[in-house]
Design a protein around this ligand. Structure first.
Ligand SMILES: C[S@@+](CC[C@H](N)C(=O)[O-])C[C@H]1O[C@@H](n2cnc3c(N)ncnc32)[C@H](O)[C@@H]1O
Length: 304
């Protein structure tokens, strides 16, 4: 089952992407993947990742003007996405992915339809007492952690929380083993002003090959809203939210340390065709302290 978006909303995004596909001969899957990668790269300030598709266009013999034109079409699709999201208050991004899924076997996932997702958000938020108990130091944690897809369920929960208790400090978690899905969730977090983490990896094994921290409050400090965590930070996220023991803790216990060594031998990923990224350079300041006067900046001081 798919979220059936009105064609006029989908088209804000698909028209520029289809244009690229027609002019380059790239498949819709390739163009969509490029677009998602470039959008995440823009929000995280990763110039190399942003240039990758453009370098491919150049390598195919296109001149700079044509490459610039394709870059503009990618940007237009992002602008179209924001517009369509504002008009519909729906997960247009997931809808566009599903739209292409109708014609390509590469788009392997289908997401909870919008109406159902909103109903679940209504049903699943905790009671008023729990909401009141949340503090910036101990925020409400809302996640879709067994495969978040485009992050639709989490976005609808965030919207619902803002409707009923906008002051509640909350942190959002997404987890998916499909890189394209994890990155769509990252974009949805940014575009819906949600603070939290998206983990890329197999949730059943609690591995996290990549983790992004998302908070638009980082913009205030002049940083990008998305930051990829290094391996130590990834471990801390797994420890804090999923109870995975930190290596330091295991060092204190020889048996447990030996067990960890065994499970650290990761099998080849089934789905993710991406190379393991180079370790990102740690940022000097990781703290995201919640400003109680600014509820849209819900976050917490994870790395203090
Ligand atoms: C049917 S979709 C549902 C997405 C979302 N929860 C929703 O309701 O819209 C299932 C998602 O789970 C992801 N997935 C499946 N097995 C997984 C695993 N072991 N670890 C992480 N993600 C997984 C898939 O990549 C896919 O995005």
């Amino acid at each position: 089952m798919t979220t059936l978006l009105e064609p006029e909303h989908c088209e804000h995004v698909t028209d520029p992407l289809d244009d690229i596909s027609q002019q380059t001969g790239d498949s819709p899957y390739q163009v969509f993947s490029d677009w998602i990668n470039m959008a995440v790269a823009s929000f995280s300030g990763d110039e190399d990742a942003y240039q990758k598709p453009l370098d491919r266009y150049r390598a195919d013999g296109r001149d700079e003007e044509t490459v610039r034109k394709f870059a503009t079409l990618h940007a237009n699709a992002l602008g179209g996405l924001v517009l369509a999201m504002e008009e519909t208050q729906e997960d247009v991004l997931g809808g566009v992915y599903e739209h292409y899924g109708l014609t390509s076997e590469h788009f392997a996932q289908y997401f909870t339809p919008g109406a159902l997702s909103r109903t679940m958000a209504h049903m699943e938020l905790p009671d008023a007492d729990s909401l009141r108990e949340a503090t910036p130091e101990d925020p409400l944690v809302i996640g879709d952690i067994s495969g978040c897809g485009s992050g639709r369920l989490i976005v609808d929960s965030a919207r619902r929380l803002r409707d009923i208790a906008p002051e509640t400090p909350a942190v959002y978690l997404g987890y998916d083993k499909d890189p394209l899905c994890a990155k769509m969730a990252v974009l949805n977090f940014v575009l819906n002003d949600m603070t939290g983490y998206v983990l890329l990896g197999d949730a059943l094994k609690l591995d996290a090959r990549r983790v992004w921290f998302i908070s638009t409050s980082q913009l205030v400090r002049g940083d990008h809203p998305v930051r990829e965590l290094d391996s130590r930070e990834r471990d801390r996220v797994l420890s804090r939210f999923f109870g995975v023991p930190l290596a330091d803790d295991l060092d204190d216990d020889t048996d447990a340390g030996a067990a960890q060594e065994e499970t650290d031998t990761k099998p080849e990923p089934e789905v993710d065709p991406e190379p393991t990224p180079e370790e990102p350079t740690p940022a000097p300041n990781l703290d995201v302290a919640l400003d109680p006067n600014e509820t849209s900046q819900a976050g917490f001081d994870e790395f203090a």
